[in-house]
Design a protein around this ligand. Sequence first.
Ligand code: NAD
Length: 498
Amino acid sequence: MTQVPHFMSGRRVEGTSGRFQDVYNPVKGEVAAQVPLASAEEVQGAIESSQQAFATWSATNAQRRARVLLKWVDLINENMDELATLLSNEHGKTFPDAKGDIQRGVEVVEFAAGAPHLLKGEYSSAAGTGIDVHSLRQPLGVVAGITPFNFPAMIPLWKAGIALAAGNTFVLKPSERDPSVPVRLAELALEAGMPEGALNVIHGDKTAVDALIQDPRVKAVGFVGSTAIAQSIYLDAARHNKRAQCFGGAKNHMVIMPDADLEQAADALIGAAFGSAGERCMAISVAVPVGEATADKLVALLRERIDRLTMGPSLDESSDFGPVVGKDAKERIESYIGIGVDEGAQLLIDGRGATVDGHPHGFWVGATLFDRVSPDMRIYKEEIFGPVLCIARAADYEEALRLPSEHEYGNGVAIFTRDGDTARDFTTRVEVGMVGVNVPIPVPIAYYTFGGWKASGFGDLNQHGTDGLKFYTKTKTVTTRWPSGAKEGASFVMPEGS
Ligand code: NAD
């Protein structure tokens, strides 16, 4: 059985804990490899290696670090097909979608290559008589990233790209479900010129995560995953005196106003709800058509489109979406469909028991459509994280605005309308962190920041963009006075601001 190695101090390292987890090929439904689950001691070894690399990497000037990042981008692009294939085979998303996963990560590394500019501090000349003040942004030291299965390239690159650009060294604990791509990314970073240990990858479960959080050498933790774990890591990190940004689950709504182009809205919804089998934190899982007439038309358009969707093997060009990541995910999603039926939602299209020719053991869940879903139902309240779209009809705009605003989660939301006034009111008032106007999945580009509100994010700084740089640096403020010399004598008075 193939073993996915850890990557430490510039080389592949086998696990020594004796604990392993199976890594599946979700199309075949078979075990493809095993990943070692690190012991606390192995994690401490990774931290030690990154601690040693910190001296060299943080002393390398920011422009030279940026050149290494740009070379890393080149190497990732040169190896794009290999990486995307590896990613599809472990995650189950289609090959073009896997390339998108890598590409959105690469864009953040490109942004991070602006580090020489982004790390500039502030300067005030003559803040007092003979006094100048300036600030520096300095790296924290060893920092850690704990990332989810659904974007095994993008999210590690978002975190490591920015942290490394700022001069930190990084220990990545990727998802144990699809661990191979992160290891290849770290190998390419080494090839690009990053010092050994600057980017270590250690696989594991709660034991590894606890070891990272409890170690005083780790100065910051960036987490992305489900809400319960995000919250517990946020609290735990604070208890161990380290900064944390922890992003959680989602239930993203798309409001469809009566004046929207419904064909366009239906096309957008299909991609946003069923792309990547709904396993995106920015997937739309609730459609909110305003008014019964809008809802009826939308349902008809969705039915036609769902009938034309092709679920199939990830590497098959004709597939619109692939399997879900695991047997447990398939069972969870199918159980939610049963819950929805029991709760009285109208199941229009049932994806349970879906099959794909030639792949009888794959983790298939077909596109599923519920109508007349209400806010008291579990299928509305809870994150299903699969290809299940719920329609929650709203009587008017105010009700449509209230639904995402009052939902426990607040990651992404979209409104489809042709009216600027409605769009403007919606973007101003909705209680959600990332908003799309006629854009179904409003993932902000690299030089803006990414982060949800409410139960979708814990911590005050978002991922990537300038917030990313703030998160992975600490500010030092220097007040300088060059006395004009002995001729003025010493001052015993506290200097004032003006
Ligand atoms: P998950 O919470 O199961 O795992 C995330 C990470 O935490 C993994 O590295 C995992 O090994 C680790 N982990 C698992 N159990 C742990 C425990 N008890 N203690 C400490 N660490 C633990 O999430 P997942 O299933 O990999 O990913 C899907 C979830 O991630 C969804 O809820 C999705 O919405 C969310 N997500 C959110 C965002 C965002 O930006 N808000 C982005 C992507 C995914």
